[in-house]
Design a protein around this ligand. Structure first.
Ligand SMILES: *Cc1c(COP(=O)(O)O)cnc(C)c1O
Length: 419
């Protein structure tokens, strides 16, 4: 089931702090991060797998790269899956040592490959081209390979990554020759990896993918390469709707590890959950600025739009919403929740039954922790918003809202155009 929040005098409570209070103190829009929930989510998935196998969780940090979030996960003992040099360096700054970071890039430049190799992190190679280029740049580097499992899964076609013909990974029929070549090139080959997509809600595609990884692992063993780990990527889904069922992580762990232990000599499993760790740990708060009854629809106009949270506009994603200062109040009619961006595609929620709001109310958007702030933009020249960490009844600013001046800081007006 989707995560519900405690309420106190009709106010939503997050980490022991009143959401309307946070909005008043820090302004809106604001992302509110619940520290305890991040730790809980991390432990749930780690404990599910570590009962059966040596387990390494590599948090896929593109879901949320805030330094405070990374610090929490560093303390928990997590590793990192990073997709860019920017993410690698951000995680190093957050205190992760290079041996806890894996880099999984796609269509990587030689410059980036060199910079990543110099940090000493393991590189999860996505193509034969990248392998050949890394052999020149950093001979003997610690590597694994991302393969295309011809199995896909995800909440939207835009985030399914494992299907046949996908831009990601080594095509299935080239995997064995690629490992043979990597051995000849002298790489330190550690593992095999696949990532089928993001936000899938069923275990079957994971089982199909693991079967593919197992068969490859055994064929690779015949080349005289004993892999240390099988990395099953991320993609564990999260319930976004109130009655939606959760994926059974315990059952998933039991089935997948059982297959690996039965059929291979590999004893370490790596997982790369992003969404699962942070999604329901964060609520986005926005202020109701405007209410408009068009006779066709009634709009709740807030200060958060697709600049702040792009998932509804980009993927048609459902995000649950509530009026954070009218929790538990009777709902009378349907509203559309929309933002301040000048496009009709700018919406947060369609056709939601909500208590009648007033201007100044605080709207809460659930499940905003994954691909929320990290995908936010300056569109319409709106500064990036603040983030607040809540824990044990305390609220602390972890990211200042950007200023308008800061949006100009990298721009140069040629002399001849200056006034
Ligand atoms: C995005 C990504 C993940 C995480 O996906 P989630 O759905 O957030 O768990 C894991 N591994 C790789 C390589 C990714 O690109």
């Amino acid at each position: 089931m989707m995560r519900e929040f405690e309420t106190k005098d009709s106010n939503m409570m997050i980490g022991g702090v009143s959401a309307p209070e946070i909005a008043r103190e820090f302004g809106t829009p604001v992302y509110v991060v619940d520290e305890a929930r991040i730790r809980e989510n991390y432990r749930k998935v780690y404990e599910a797998y570590s009962r059966y196998m040596d387990t390494r969780i590599h948090y896929a940090c593109k879901a949320n790269t805030s330094l405070a979030v990374l610090r929490i996960l560093e303390q928990e003992g997590s590793g990192i899956d990073a997709v860019s040099i920017g993410e690698v360096r951000t995680c190093l700054k957050a205190g992760f040592t290079p041996d806890r970071i894996m880099y999984t890039g796609v269509n990587v430049s030689n410059r980036e490959l060199r910079e990543v190799a110099e940090t000493g992190v393991m590189i999860n190679l996505d193509s034969v081209s990248e392998m050949e280029r890394l052999a020149e740049i950093s001979p003997g580097h610690k590597v694994s390979f991302r393969i295309t499992p011809n199995v896909g899964s995800g909440h939207s076609a835009k985030v399914i990554t494992g299907s046949k013909g996908a831009k990601f990974g080594i095509p299935l029929d080239q995997v064995i020759s690629t490992y043979a070549r990597a051995k000849d090139l002298g790489f330190d080959i550690k593992g095999i990896h696949a990532h089928i997509g993001s936000g899938g809600q069923s275990v079957e595609p994971f089982m199909d993918m693991v079967e593919v990884l197992i068969n490859l692992t055994n064929e690779i063993a015949e080349l005289g390469i004993d892999l240390e780990f099988i990395d099953i990527g991320g993609g564990i889904g999260v319930p976004y709707k109130p009655q939606e069922e959760e994926m059974d992580v315990g059952e998933m762990a039991m089935n997948l590890t059982d297959m690996i232990l039965e059929e291979t000599d590999v004893r370490t499993i790596v997982l790369e959950p992003g969404r699962y760790i942070v999604c329901d740990a964060v609520v986005l708060l926005a202020t109701v600025n405007d209410i408009k009854d068009t006779g066709v629809k009634t709009y709740i106009g807030t200060d958060a739009g697709f600049n702040t949270l792009i998932r509804p506009a980009m993927y048609d994603s459902y995000h649950h919403v509530a009026i954070a200062n009218r929790m538990g109040k009777a709902c009378t009619r349907k509203y559309d929740v929309v933002g301040p961006i000048c496009e009709s595609g700018d919406y947060i929620a369609h056709d939601r039954v909500l208590p009648d709001p007033q201007e100044g109310d605080i709207l809460a958007v659930y499940n905003a922790g994954a691909y929320g702030f990290s995908m936010s933009s300056n569109y319409n020249s709106r500064p990036l918003c603040a983030e607040v960490l809540v824990n044990d009844g305390q609220a602390e600013l972890i990211r200042e809202a950007e200023s308008i001046e800061e949006m100009w800081r990298h721009q140069i007006v040629p002399k001849r155009l200056q006034r």
